[in-house]
Design a protein around this ligand. Structure first.
Ligand code: IPE
Ligand code: IPE
Ligand code: MG
Length: 255
């Protein structure tokens, strides 16, 4: 049951239970899309079917974030640790990624979405890299939601990479020690130029970060749920945003 309101226009969009303030939509939502394997297991299905079912949740959440005018949505799709999984599962995930991009490109582009990726995609199969690069090139001038697909992404890897890039810039004289501060460090992350995630959502019952956005999550609000990712729908997103809007973000202050 959802009701939207807009504190400027004092306009109500429908008459239901959860009330989302359209003027306080998180700018950046990040989601750890977890629970595909358990969803499948509960149904005596192979894990890959769970991943396939998870694509429907992606479609719905991306669309809803666009409608709600979220500026950035980061989806954790494959971690630097997920290479430990059986080869068949990894291949199935890579195949699903290509299928998703091919199938959804038109609609994402039509909805003004910028398709972006974070992580070391050079380790992904060539076809995945190609599809990601084309999708990004063809949507980079859009002005709506930026969809960050986190692929072969790891927070510690990202921070290590930032150290290396910064070291190179110091060596070449591009920057000096005095230039190093929290803001400049942020500029060495994949998320350069983007606000830190306001809200990090993890379904499936696990309550851990699993190496996601370690630098960026300093003041993120966390939202956990037992729902498995393939069952995640816009109602869950609304509830997460509603809860977020009812939290008191103090950032270390007293107010
Ligand atoms: C998340 O679902 C998808 C990826 C990590 C790629 P899982 O595959 O981790 O599902 P569970 O945690 O085993 O249920
Ligand atoms: C985190 O989920 C990674 C993604 C959702 C892509 P995992 O299922 O890999 O994390 P752990 O192993 O439960 O920590
Ligand atoms: Mg998992």
């Amino acid at each position: 049951m959802l009701r939207f309101f807009n504190t400027d226009k004092k306009k109500e969009y429908s008459d239901e239970d959860i009330c989302i303030d359209l003027n306080n939509i998180p700018k950046h939502i990040a989601i750890i899309m977890d629970g595909n394997g358990r969803w499948a297991k509960e149904r005596n299905l192979p894990r890959t079917i769970g991943h396939k079912a998870g694509v429907e949740a992606i479609r719905e959440v991306v669309k809803e974030c666009s409608i709600l005018k979220v500026k950035y949505l980061t989806l954790y799709a494959f971690s630097t640790e997920n290479w430990k999984r059986p080869k068949d599962e990894v291949s199935a995930l890579m195949k699903l990624l290509v299928e998703y991009l091919k199938k959804e490109f038109k609609e994402l582009d039509y909805n003004n979405v910028i398709i972006n990726y974070i992580g070391d995609i050079s380790k992904l199969p060539d076809l995945c890299q190609k599809e990601l690069i084309i999708s990004h090139e063809n949507t980079k001038n859009n002005t709506g939601l930026t969809l960050n697909l986190a692929l072969n992404y790891g927070g510690r890897y990202e921070i290590t990479r930032a150290f290396k890039l910064m070291y190179e810039d110091i060596k070449s004289g591009k920057i000096s020690e005095e230039d190093i501060n929290e803001e400049t460090i942020s500029n060495y992350m994949y998320t350069k130029g983007m606000p830190d995630p306001d809200l990090i959502i993890r379904p499936s019952g696990e309550q851990r970060l699993s190496n996601f956005l370690l630098w960026q999550c300093a003041y993120s609000e966390f939202w956990y749920s037992n729902i498995k990712w393939p069952d995640f729908r816009k109602e869950h997103l609304h509830k997460a945003i509603f809860d977020y809007q009812n939290r008191d973000r103090r950032f270390g202050s007293v107010e």
